[in-house]
Each structure stands twice: as C-alpha cells, then as structure tokens.
Design a protein around this ligand. Structure first.
Ligand SMILES: [Zn+2]
Length: 446
C-alpha cells in the first residue's frame, strides 16, 4: 500500500507537508534514509510512553544508534490523575519545554493519536520538523493537519503541520491491542455520515466542499472491502489496507483544510462522551470505537430525516417555537454544568436567529428532492454499518463502550450539536425540532 500513498503524496505534493509514508514489515529498520532526508541533521527528540517504547521505540533507537544519529528519549507522562497520556494544553506545554531545553532540531513521535498529536502540535508551533512511528492503526490523525486537543474541558481540533514522514511497521500495527484495530475501523465507518453531513452543510450553510478530498476518501474507502471480518485474526493484508485507508482519510482532511471529509455528527457523539468522561470521571472508549457507535446513531437519525415530508412541514410554526437565546442559555447551563463556559462559544456560534432558521428550512424544502438524492448516494443504513462493525467485533451499543447511563447516551446524540458549530445532521434534526424524539428512538437500537 506504500505505493498508493506515495502516488497521493506526489499528486498533491504542493499541498501535503507529509512527504513519505513507509508502510511495510520491517519499516522501522528501513526508515533512516527517509528520516535523515526529511528531518535533517541535529538532535532528534524521540517521544514515547512506557508502552510505545516497548513495542516500537526500542527498535527505532537501535536503528538510530546504528546510523549514528544523535537522539534523546522523552517520556510523555500521564496526568497526575490519569492512567494514559492525554493531549491537552499541559502535555503540549511540557513537550514544548523539553524540545526547547534539549535544543532538539526535530522530533519523532512513537505512538498513536495522543502522542502524535502532542508532538505534532508542539513541533508545529516551534517550526520544527517531525516524524511519527505509528504504533496502532487506530485513527486517521497521522496524516492530518489538525490535532485533537482537550482545551478547558472541550475537545477541539487545532490546525498544525502534520508529520513529514510516517513509519507504519505492519508487525507493530498487527500486534497492537485488538480494541485499537477496531477503533481504526470505527473511525473510517464514519464516512457515509460525515460525507453526507458535508454535502448538507455545503448546501444549507454555503460551507466549503472539496471534490478532490471526497475522491481521496472514496479511494481509501474502497480498500476496506472485505477487511472487517479479517481484522480479529490480525491478518497482515487487512491491517495494511486499514492503515492505508486511515492515512488517505488524513490526507483528505489536509487537502480540504478541515476535518469535514471525515468528521460529522457521529464524531460529535464521540467528543461528547470524551468531554463528559474527562469532566466527571466517567467511562469512555477509544476514539474510533465511540465514532462507530456514533455513526450508527447518526445514520439512524438520517433515516428519520429522509422520511420527513418537507412539503408539509410548517416552517413558520417551527420558527415561532425557537427559544430566545437568553432562554436557551439557561438550558445550556443546566445541561452542561461545569462544561458550560467551555461549550458556550461553540453553542452560540451555532445558534440560529429566527431569520437564519427560516432561511435554512426554506432552502431545505426548496432543495429537498435533490439533496435527498445526493445524500442517498453516499449514505448507508444504520443496519449495514452495524453489520460491518460487528464482523470486526467492534462495539455496537453504548453499553459496549461502558456508557450504561441512558441519559448520557441520549445527551451524546441530542445535545452534542452545541459542542461544535459546524453543521451536521444533528444540527439539522434540532432545527426541525425532532432531535429529542429521534435520539430516544435511536437508543432502541443502541
Ligand atoms: Zn476520527
């Protein structure tokens, strides 16, 4: 699959900062020439945690030592109250300090989502080149130009420079925890929903849409044919395809200049679970595992939406029902509690005036047949998405994610639109006044 990714890199070389994806067995032993070319000479900071040091860091260290590279180990520590490192302002500040204090000229992140994002963001801010040794095909962030950062309790995505080189050793990826492999598939299963949301958002809010990014996502998606059922056996070819599909998904986000091609309402469900888990010490799961469940939920909401008789929909009655912002503010305070201050700017940016709501619903009614047809080309049923996730043994219900509180599961669908203003099917369902009803119905299958 390296050839396919290199072809994409060549095709979009003017817009992709990533110049090499070395994905093969033995990639770690083979990576030095590419790293030397893309990171330059100097001192390289190698960021690891205990786990990633064991599974890949030691092999990288041996490769660098054999090549005579000057490097220094940096241990990304978990927060005092946590078991796992977290990508937040604090961990980024610590990494930045270490990069400056050591005089590093480049960095290599050895890890998956969290370690990659910490190092990526810190290096980007300092203008230093970085590379990543992937330890799991668990999410699509390796090649993306955004980092997922918890800021004041809200999960945000911040722009940054991606890794110049990504080293994806298939033996390392295949031996990663099965839950992380399932997470990678779950992250990619968002496609039918996130692409539909992107189309809806472009039509109703005039947001930017990129046909090139859609095409890259589509190419990556085709690699997944027949892959799900082979993942539990850690089949090397299936892992190769999964990882390539994730890399292409990240490239698509970089080309689009936002996470839109791969992140819609289904991701908001996952982000809501992460935020409430962090704020209240509640259960959560890997990003993509949550996204998989969120995708089933959002696809269910789409099925309800596509059944709406828009010609008979009373737009004026809905606009008359719209709560004044001051009333909604009070509701947000009750719903989000300690997260209220952090959520507020996002919720406010997405809250329509009566004229905006009327305009959007009228546009929806006017374009309904075409919009439905366009979305239906991309969308899949919640049943078919669930069946594919099931083949890989992925979580299918909120309880499988450890979320047993029905109210929290409900809120992750019905309230999540307020944590990010970018328009999704959850925003649209709310604007139609149906989100509560549809979220309750979705929980019957979740
Ligand atoms: Zn994702």
């Amino acid at each position: 699959m390296s050839d396919l990714m290199q072809a994409t890199i060549r095709r979009f070389s003017d817009r992709l900062a990533t110049k090499a994806v070395i994905q093969s067995r033995g990639a770690i032993e083979a990576c030095y020439p590419a790293l030397r070319e893309l990171l330059g000479e100097g001192l390289w900071l190698v960021a690891v945690d205990d786990n990633t040091w064991e599974v890949a860091g030691k092999r990288l260290a041996a490769t660098l030592d054999a090549a005579g590279v000057r490097w220094q180990r940096y241990d990304v520590a978990p927060p005092p109250d946590g078991h796992q490192p977290l990508c937040d302002d604090n961990s980024i500040a610590l990494c930045t300090q270490q990069l400056q204090a050591s005089g590093a000229t480049a960095a290599v992140a050895v890890g998956s989502g969290t370690i990659n994002d910490i190092v990526k963001y810190a290096c980007s801010a300092l203008g230093l080149p970085m590379a990543c040794v992937a330890t799991a095909a668990s999410m699509n962030g390796y090649t993306s130009s955004i980092a997922a950062i918890l800021q004041h309790g809200v999960k945000t995505t911040q722009p940054c420079q991606p890794a110049r080189a990504i080293i994806a050793d298939l033996d390392v990826l295949a031996e990663s925890p099965l839950r992380m492999i399932q997470s990678g598939l779950g992250d990619l299963m968002s496609k039918p929903v996130s692409n539909s949301d992107w189309i809806v958002s472009a039509r109703l809010t005039g947001s930017h849409h990129s046909a090139e990014a859609m095409q890259i996502i589509e190419e990556g998606s085709q690699l997944l044919d027949g892959v799900a059922a082979k993942l539990p056996q850690r089949d090397r070819d299936a892992i190769d395809r999964l990882s390539a599909s994730l890399m292409l998904s990240g490239f698509a986000m970089t080309i689009a200049g936002s996470s839109s091609p791969a992140s819609g309402g289904e991701h908001l469900v996952s982000h809501y679970l992460d935020m409430t888990a962090h704020a209240h010490g509640l259960a959560h799961d890997f990003h993509g595992c949550q996204v998989g469940v969120g995708t089933i939920a959002a696809a269910f909401v789409y099925e309800k939406l596509l059944d709406v008789d828009m010609q008979g929909f009373d737009i004026e009655a809905r606009v008359a029902e719209l709560a004044p912002w001051a009333d909604y503010l009070q509701l947000l305070r009750e719903r989000f509690g300690v997260l209220f201050d952090a959520v507020l700017p996002h919720a406010k940016a997405g809250y329509p005036t009566p004229d905006q709501l009327r305009g959007r619903l009228e546009a929806l009614r006017a374009s309904w047949p075409e919009l439905k047809a366009e979305v239906q080309r991309t969308l899949r049923t919640h049943r078919s998405i669930r069946a594919e996730l099931q083949q890989a043994g992925c979580p299918l219900r909120f309880a499988d994610l450890g979320v047993t509180d029905r109210q929290r599961a409900f809120a992750s669908i019905a309230w999540a639109k307020d944590i990010r203003s970018r328009y999704t099917v959850l925003h649209l369902a709310w604007e139609l006044g149906r989100i509560d009803e549809w979220a309750h119905e979705a929980l019957e299958v979740l």
